[in-house]
Structures are given as C-alpha cells and as structure tokens.
Design a protein around this ligand. Structure first.
Ligand code: MRU
Length: 363
C-alpha cells in the first residue's frame, strides 16, 4: 500500500545489498524507519521485539530467515537449528511454524548445494502468495460490505469496527481485515472505520496511520468504547484478523477481540474474521484449551509510548511504582460468536464443516 504516495510492501528484498529490508514498526506511527535484517539474531529480534508483527508478516519474515541460514550454511543440521531458533521467537501466531515447516519440508530433500538459491526463491514465493491471498480476502469481504451498503440510508457510510492491526503492515501487503476496507473504498463504497486503540501496544495507531494514508475515514476509539457504539446502532460489521484459527473455527486474535465478539453477539452485529489459510492450525480443535497465549513483558502494560510536545518519541509510566502488571497478548473467541470466516477462497461458517468444505485438501 502507499506511504506518502510511494508503494511499499511491509518487507522487500534489496537485490543490490542482498539483504531483507523491513519497516521497523516499533516507531510507527511517529516515524517511518526502514531497516535491513542481516543476521540470524536480527531476524529473531525483529520478530520477538515486534519490529515486524502480525501473523502473516511474521511467517514471511521467518522464511527469509531460513534463506539467510541456508546462505550461511546449507547443511541439514543448520536447517534444523534455524527452524528451532526462529520458532521460539513468538508462540501464538501459527504462520510462523507454518512458514518454517514449509521451508524445511521443501529444502531438506534438495542437494545441499542447491538449498541457498532455492530457499530465497521460496521466501519470495511465500511473500508473493501472501499478497495474493490478502487481495482475494479483500474481494470476498467486499461483497459483504457491498450488501450492507445496499441497505443503508442514503448518505450514511458502512460503519466497520476493527481491533488491533490486521492491516498491510501485519501482512506483506493489503492486510487481512483491512483488505475488504481498501477494496470497498476503492470501489467508491462509503465506509467509516472505528479503530480500537488496542492496549497495551496500541496497534490501532498503526491501523489509523494506514487508513489515513489511504484516505479512508476512521475514528480512533478506546478499547472500551465498542460495546457502547454497538448498543447505539453505530456499528454495521466487525472485521478482525487472527493469529491462529482452529480446524473447528475458534479464533485466536489480539487480546480484547473476545470482548468485542461478545458485545457484537449481544447486539446482533455481524462479527467476521479475515482468515488466510496459513493461519489455520489443522492440528488443534479447542482454541481455549489448546492455543498457547503469549505473555509479554509487563512493561508494555505499565508504560505507554508516544510523541511528546517537543517531538521526541518516548515512553511514560502509567502505573504506580511497584504495581505488578500482566500482559496476555491474545485471547480466543469461540466459534459460536463468529458470523463468518472470510478466506481467500470465499466466506464460510466458523465450523469444522465450513473450513473442511473450503479447504478439503487439508482434511
Ligand atoms: O501482537 P501482534 O501485533 O503481532 O498481533 C497482531 C494481531 O493480533 C493481528 O490481528 C493478527 O496477527 C492478524 S494480522 C493480519
């Protein structure tokens, strides 16, 4: 998508320097910083410190990490070491393991001397596929928005609500939850987006930055405002992303998503999840019992980052000294609260049958 009129992906390969470049998202929306990722430690830090974040982007980054590992030492031992080293960077988003497994399964049977070139080619493929998947999620979600728009009073926008950032920054391009928004806006459908701030890390500010860059009207709201807006008929549809969805349709996403789903259910507001197929974990069924929830540094809860009046970016403490903070980063929305899953192949129910019909090759 565009940043000040220039098209960007959230990561790209620099052919001259033969290195992966990323946008260091820790500084957004205050500063736009590009950064090369050139060592295995850099790759691990980029993922665990959330310089790159969002399930699909974590997966694509890991694939480039495997490519670097193969360029340094294409032995099978190193292939396995790189898998283990990168896999432990973040526990919840399944795209990480999906990408690492795909790389290892493809590279292991190859002659050692062919692995470096093949690994880089595969990383490019994974990145390009992600763009295509998200574009199709956008087209499928657009049809839902179009139907809602057809029943709106003249002059009233379709009012969407989203949580966290499942935008182009969280993928290679388009985003998942934002892709239908971009497609609707580009199709001249009037949309307005309520953007949850998404404490503690305020990924909503990334969503607001993205939507603003694309000219989509939006309002940044506190995490606690969604239920109130729904009670007053001010939300037509919720669209969120996911970090891992079970084969039965339970959806794990950024902490606070579950509360939005409960409020949507209570108020009869459709609650959709934009779901790329690499985010489905076919090995688990019960999301609450089986998905590991990342517990992040409590400092992310007790402190908040922003720009001060003098323009410098800094962090301030919001809790009293000595207060202990907790920071579970994700929660699980049970399938019965989900109206539908918007995948790259179409929209299905959040159920074992719905997902199996959409992706028969995995079942
Ligand atoms: O902790 P984050 O910022 O990586 O969490 C991101 C989310 O929860 C997104 O909603 C999810 O990864 C989907 S991104 C298309």
């Amino acid at each position: 998508m565009k940043v000040k009129g220039k098209h960007y992906r959230s990561l790209w390969w620099n052919d001259d320097a033969e290195v992966l470049e990323i946008i260091d998202q820790r500084w957004l929306p205050h500063e736009f910083r590009e950064q090369p990722v050139s060592t295995m430690q850099d790759f691990a830090d980029a993922i665990s410190e959330m310089r790159v974040r969002g399930a699909p982007l974590i997966g694509a980054t890991a694939a480039y990490g495997m490519a670097l590992a193969m360029a340094e030492d294409p032995s099978t031992d190193n292939l396995n070491n790189a898998w283990t080293f990168l896999e432990k960077t973040r526990p919840t988003a399944i795209n990480l393991r999906w990408a690492l497994n795909r790389c290892r399964e493809f590279l292991e049977p190859l002659p050692v001397d062919d692995r470096a070139v093949a690994a880089l080619k595969l990383a490019h493929e994974i990145a390009d596929e992600d763009v295509e998947i998200n574009r199709n999620i956008g087209l499928n979600g657009l049809e839902i928005i179009r139907k809602i728009a057809a029943n709106k009073p003249a002059g009233e926008p379709v009012r969407l609500l989203t949580h966290c950032n499942a935008g182009w920054l969280a993928t290679v391009d388009w985003g998942t939850a934002t892709s239908p928004m971009y497609h609707a806006h580009d199709a001249d459908i009037d949309v307005h987006v309520w953007v949850d701030e998404t404490r503690p890390r305020n990924q909503g500010a990334l969503t607001a930055w993205e939507l603003g860059s694309h000219g989509i009207p939006h309002t940044y709201i506190t995490d606690n405002a969604g239920g109130h807006l729904m009670q007053h008929g001010l939300v037509d549809m919720v669209i969120v992303g996911t970090d891992r969805t079970t084969r039965s349709g339970d959806v794990c996403n950024k902490i606070g998503t579950y509360l939005k789903a409960l409020a949507a259910h209570d108020n009869g507001v459709p609650f959709y999840v934009a779901l790329p197929s690499p985010t489905i974990d076919w090995t688990v069924s019960d999301g609450v019992a089986e998905i590991p929830i990342e517990e992040r540094d409590p400092r992310e809860t007790s402190h908040i980052q922003g720009t001060s009046l003098d323009g410098s970016i800094g962090s301030v403490q919001v809790t009293p000294d000595g207060t202990s903070s907790g920071n579970p980063a994700f929660d699980v929305t049970p399938k019965h609260l989900v109206t539908g899953l918007i995948t790259e192949r179409g929209v299905c129910s959040a159920s074992e049958e719905g997902l199996a019909a959409m992706f028969p090759e995995f079942t």
